[in-house]
Design a protein around this ligand. Structure first.
Ligand code: GTP
Ligand code: MG
Length: 257
């Protein structure tokens, strides 16, 4: 076989590069930090939650907004970041979107972690694409926020047990299948902490979105005042519950396109 023929075969074997997302679909790109339980341990973050850690997640997610992508919003909790897109980058090519968004997030987090904590390891995030119908955007976010709440309760309960001398295995076994009321009582008893009164970002996550506003200007040609529609990035550390009326209204406004 000629070299040229082989080269053509290699190109043809890039079978996944042709996978595209259909046009006009909404898409969530969900990224998750790899082995973050180790990373946060080595970097010395407070357990189970540390605002400085979430600050790094926010800064890294903002880098996706600031490097030429145009997400409508991002929803973050723990080591997870969900980016909602309507205008798809890279013409909707799945491999490109997954790899470049995850690597943007990973490199931003690596740099920030080095700057803030002097941590020299490489940080990586995975990434997956979730096609979503416009009418299901709020449902999807409600699902992830529910996961945030479950993770919050379990993390506090787990660390309360570890703090009382349980091994990781014993703590996990104790927590298996416990309902919220049991977790709530357990944490209250062991650490005196009310799970409904922790900082809102721990219970509800953090939302990054564009706020639209009008800026007053002046048209020198027509010599008249004008109003220009502008947008700025907002970081909301106490978002509403997405299942509440307030939450639904808020998200409907953000995703009104
Ligand atoms: N100390 C601390 N840890 C956090 C915080 N937020 C998230 N984490 C850690 O991030 C981990 C996220 O969970 P997972 O994504 O399931 O675990 P992982 O270790 O990243 O494993 P993989 O995602 O499967 O690679 C949790 O286990 C916590 O250890 C925080 O605010 N403080
Ligand atoms: Mg992870």
């Amino acid at each position: 076989m000629s070299r040229k023929k082989r080269w053509a075969d290699y190109k043809e074997n890039e079978i996944f590069s042709g996978v595209h997302i259909p046009r006009n679909m909404f898409v969530f790109v969900r990224c998750d930090g790899r082995r973050f339980h180790r990373v946060v341990g080595s970097a010395g973050f407070r357990k189970p939650f540390d605002k400085a850690f979430m600050g790094l997640m926010v800064k890294s997610a903002l880098s996706v907004f600031k490097t030429g992508f145009n997400p409508i919003l991002a929803y973050l909790f723990s080591d997870e970041a969900n980016f909602l897109f309507k205008q798809l980058p890279f013409n909707g090519r799945v491999e490109k979107i997954d790899s470049v968004i995850a690597s943007t997030l990973s490199s931003a987090f690596t740099l920030e972690l080095f700057r803030k904590k002097g941590f020299e390891g490489n940080i990586s995030f995975d990434s997956r694409i979730v096609l979503i119908d416009k009418k299901d955007i709020i449902g999807y976010l409600d699902w992830r926020q529910g996961e945030c709440w479950r993770n919050h309760n379990n993390s506090y309960a787990y660390h309360a047990l570890i703090g009382k001398g349980k091994t990781p295995r014993e703590a996990s076994r104790t927590l298996r299948n416990l309902k919220f009321t049991n977790l709530h009582e357990l944490v209250l008893k062991l650490s005196g902490l009310n799970l409904c009164k922790t900082p809102e970002w721990q219970r509800k996550g953090v939302l990054i979105y564009w706020e639209r506003y009008y800026k007053e200007g002046f048209n020198p040609v027509r010599k008249e005042p004008v109003k220009a529609l502008r947008r700025k990035l907002m970081v909301n550390w106490s978002p509403p519950f997405f299942s509440s009326d307030e939450g639904k209204r808020f998200l409907e406004e953000l995703t009104k396109l």
